[in-house]
Design a protein. Structure first.
Length: 110
């Protein structure tokens, strides 16, 4: 088992950053998560997790150019680091192994 553990929300944020690739900034991440997961995402909670994941070395960020559309404010774009990508793959493998270990009879028939 990996010494790196992701919470559910952390995992969803990292997956969404990967999905959005070079367009992963706060509002875009929030919108994508809300659309894909059909649940509300607090921008405050998202910003907290983005900072935490960056501090852990799973994400990196850089500032984009200022635009008139945003009143001169720049977007902060996030991307997965090599470590972050590895952690996501390890998490995926752990989940798959756990699902494989469930006996078929444990799942109720529909």
């Amino acid at each position: 088992m990996s010494r790196h553990q992701l919470g559910d929300f952390e995992e969803m944020v990292m997956l969404t950053v990967g999905i959005l690739y070079k367009e992963a900034y706060g509002v875009a991440i929030m919108d994508e998560m809300e659309n894909r997961l059909n649940r509300k995402v607090s921008i405050g909670a998202l910003q907290t997790v983005l900072r935490r994941l960056e501090n852990k070395g799973y994400l990196t960020s850089e500032w984009g150019e200022a635009t008139n559309v945003r009143g001169g404010k720049r977007k902060r774009y996030f991307s997965l680091t090599t470590l972050g990508s590895r952690i996501l793959h390890e998490t995926q493998e752990q989940r798959q192994e756990m699902f494989k270990a469930i006996p078929r009879m444990a799942f109720p028939k529909s």
